[in-house]
Ligand binder design. Sequence first.
Ligand code: NAD
Ligand code: MN
Length: 353
Amino acid sequence: MGTYRIAAIPGDGIGKEVISAGCQVLEELTGGHADLTLEFEVLPWGSDMYLATGTMMPDDALDMLRKFDAIYFGSAGDPRVPDHISLWNLRLAICQGLDQYANIRPTKLLPGLSSPLKTGTDKTIDWFIVRENSEGEYSGAGGRVHQALPNEVGLDVSVITREGAERIQRFALDVARSRPRKKLTFVTKSNAQRHAMVLWDEVFESVSADYPDVQTERVLVDAMAARFVTDPESVDTVVATNLHADVLSDLAAALSGSLGLAPTGNINPERKTPSMFEPIHGSAFDIVGHGSANPLGAIWSASLMLEHLGEKEAAMRLLKAVEHVTTDGSRLPRDLGGQAGTDEVTKAVCDAL
Ligand code: NAD
Ligand code: MN
């Protein structure tokens, strides 16, 4: 119970539409409750700022963010700005700069929704994907040599450190331990990538020995993609490197309904810095301004944020309101097979609250 300061960064594209929806819902949630207050500050960072000033966010952005209890983020990406600039100078700069090394991606088939999986009659999906969020394939190490010449070379170097692997694997083992099945699938590709990935494996072998109560298995990433489709009920908690979990979690989102529904949190587990919560989808250029963006991913992300802040009851109430909307089915967004626009879905969640 308390007062929290939230930095809202809508960013680009439909990020603006869904964060506005999420803020409306949070206002509805906290309105009648004197013991829970969220003080929002909206930071107009992103590609508009880049086009006007040459930077996606101010130079002292990380210091500004450190003063907040949490960050509520939309999306980075605009057709007028190269993607690697918009992503690296905003979202990745915040994740790496604030050491939000654990990216969490709960995946659940909400009541009333159906999965594109046609394999079974009543297969359920209830997964928790933990993504390494500070190094690996997205470390940023690499370079371009012989630029614009025929022998030009581009290198992206995947970096796994013993410390980085250990901290994310322990985090995932703790998550697995806290869930009823106490099961963790460790994803790797050490058969083909024989340096960093082998270190990734070795660290897991030693760290997982500290968790005899957690059942673990080791699966290659390509086989894991197939398992998501062929045997979804065999999966519970999953830990993977940055790129692997990025791809697997978009697949997971699609299998559980839609990309527009999936939430994520970029967590600093030691709580030395604020954590950041966002829908996993991007700017969705194809539907910007149509008023049709699904706000449920952003709203579910707000629930994760409340949970992280220790407001478990409020977090649960918000998720229950989302589940009410999916169960009821009369005001679903287009990507979930309905007709409702962003505003109508947002209103449906507020009504459910
Ligand atoms: P995307 O998630 O923006 O869109 C993929 C598809 O899903 C599109 O057809 C889109 O219309 C649909 N979709 C996504 N979210 C939706 C929602 N809430 N409701 C309804 N439909 C939705 O991915 P993309 O097209 O690969 O990327 C577009 C831009 O977004 C790029 O600039 C990319 O770099 C950026 N991006 C940013 C983030 C981030 O900031 N975290 C994540 C992914 C992509
Ligand atoms: Mn992604």
